[in-house]
Design a protein around this ligand. Structure first.
Ligand SMILES: NC(=O)c1ccc[n+]([C@@H]2O[C@H](COP(=O)([O-])OP(=O)(O)OC[C@H]3O[C@@H](n4cnc5c(N)ncnc54)[C@H](OP(=O)(O)O)[C@@H]3O)[C@@H](O)[C@H]2O)c1
Length: 327
C-alpha cells in the first residue's frame, strides 16, 4: 500500500517524523506493507507540492488529495493557537472534505473543534487521529479506544506539561526559572511561544483535548480554570520540599453529579508517595478514573521529539491497518 503525505507545518516535530519515516522505511514495508512519500510541505514562509512551489497550505492539501496513492494523508503540525485553534481547524476540515486521512499533534483543533471534526471524518469515511496531542507517543487515546471497550471515563488528573514540570523540578534543585526554561527551548520541547507552557495554556489545551475525546465534553481551553507557574512560585516549591512534598502543575477534569464537566490546571502540593508527586522533571503521568477499571495510570518517564514523532508514526500505521481491514 502506498501513502502520499502532506506535512502542514514543517518544524521540529515534522522534521523528526520525516527522519523517522526514513529510518523505519524497511520495517514499514516488511511489517505493514506500507511505503510512504512526502509529496507536499507547508510553512508560513513557503510551500511546496510535487517539488514545485505552491501558494499555501490549502493548495498543498489539494495536491495530496488529488494523488492516486492508496492513502492520502495530511499531517497537521502547525503552531498551537489557544485563542481559537486556527488555522489548523481549517486545514484539517479542508483535508477531510477532500477525502484525506488526518493526523495531528496540534492540540488546538482537538481542543476547539473535536466533535465537528470527528463527525466530518466519520461522514467522509476517513480517519482523524491525534495521539501526539497529549503525552507524546505514549498511548492514551489509542489505549482507551482499542483496549478499554465499554469503559466510561469519569475524570482524570495528570502532570501533562513537560516544560513546567521540568522548571518546577529544577527550582527544587535551586536553579532559576529562566535558566530551566531556556534549556527546554534549546531542546525544542517548550512551545515556540514559551508563555503557552508557563502560563498553563498548553496544559489547559491538553485538558480540553482529553475531556473532549475521552469524556465527550464540549469544552475549549478557555473553559478550563487555569493557573501557570512563575519565578514567584520558588518559595512555595522550596517550602513544599521542606515538608517532603513536591509542587506539581496538575491538570484535571471530573464529571459532576448533574453530568456537567469541570476542568482545571492548578499548582498543587503533593506527597512524594503520590504517583504525580513523585514524578521526575522529564516525566508525565495521567491517572484515568473509570467506572469498570477503577483508576488506570499511564506514565511517560522521559519524552523528546522522537516520542512525539512516534505518535504521528503510530497513527499512520493505524490508518493503514484500518484501510487494509476495510478492503
Ligand atoms: N515540540 C514538541 O515536543 C511537541 C510535542 C507535542 C505536540 N507538539 C505540537 O506539534 C505542533 C508542531 O510543533 P513543533 O515543535 O514542530 O513546532 P515548530 O517547530 O514551531 O513548527 C511549527 C511549524 O508550523 C508552521 N506554521 C505555523 N503557522 C502556519 C500556517 N498558518 N500555515 C502553514 N504553516 C504554519 C511553521 O512555519 P514557519 O517556520 O514558516 O513559521 C513551522 O514550520 C504544535 O502544535 C505543538 O503544540 C509539539
Amino acid at each position: 500500500m502506498r501513502a502520499d503525505i502532506a506535512l502542514i507545518g514543517y518544524g521540529h516535530v515534522a522534521r523528526r517524523f520525516e527522519r523517522m519515516l526514513d529510518e523505519q522505511r524497511e520495517a514499514l514495508a516488511q511489517d505493514h506493507g506500507l511505503s510512504c512519500d512526502l509529496v507536499a510541505t507547508a510553512t508560513r514562509h513557503g510551500c511546496v507540492a510535487g517539488g514545485e512551489p505552491c501558494a499555501d497550505a490549502f493548495e498543498a492539501i489539494r495536491y495530496v488529495a488529488g494523488s492516486p496513492a492508496d492513502l492520502r494523508v495530511v499531517i497537521e503540525l502547525t503552531t498551537l493557537n489557544v485563542i481559537d485553534g486556527e488555522p489548523a481547524i481549517s486545514h484539517i476540515r479542508s483535508a477531510i472534505d477532500a477525502g484525506c486521512h488526518v493526523i495531528t499533534a496540534n492540540k488546538g483543533p482537538v481542543a476547539f473543534a473535536y466533535q465537528s471534526l470527528r463527525d466530518a471524518a466519520e461522514k467522509a469515511g476517513v480517519s482523524f487521529l491525534f495521539e501526539g496531542t497529549v503525552m507524546d507517543g505514549v498511548p492514551v487515546f489509542s489505549l482507551v479506544r482499542e483496549t478499554m471497550p465499554g469503559v466510561r471515563i469519569a475524570g482524570f488528573e495528570g502532570v501533562i506539561n513537560t516544560t513546567t514540570n521540568h522548571i518546577l523540578a529544577s527550582m527544587e534543585r535551586g536553579l532559576g526559572f529562566d535558566e530551566a526554561l531556556a534549556q527546554m527551548q534549546a531542546d525544542g520541547i517548550a512551545e515556540s511561544d514559551a508563555s503557552l507552557d508557563v502560563d498553563g495554556w498548553d496544559a489547559a489545551a491538553k485538558t480540553a483535548v482529553l475531556a473532549n475525546a475521552l469524556m465527550d465534553a464540549r469544552m475549549t481551553p478557555l473553559d478550563v480554570e487555569r493557573t501557570g507557574i512563575s519565578e514567584a512560585d520558588r518559595k512555595a516549591v522550596h517550602d513544599a520540599r521542606e515538608r517532603g512534598n513536591h509542587m506539581k502543575l496538575v491538570a484535571s477534569a471530573r464529571r459532576a453529579m448533574g453530568g456537567g464537566i469541570s476542568a482545571r490546571v492548578a499548582l498543587r502540593e503533593l506527597p512524594a508517595t503520590h504517583l504525580l508527586g513523585g514524578l521526575d522533571g522529564g516525566a508525565n503521568a495521567l491517572i484515568l478514573q473509570t467506572d469498570l477499571l477503577d483508576r488506570v495510570a499511564v506514565c511517560e518517564l522521559s519524552g523528546d521529539l522522537t516520542q512525539t514523532a512516534y505518535a504521528v508514526f503510530a497513527d499512520l500505521v493505524t490508518i493503514s491497518r484500518r484501510v487494509r481491514k476495510s478492503r
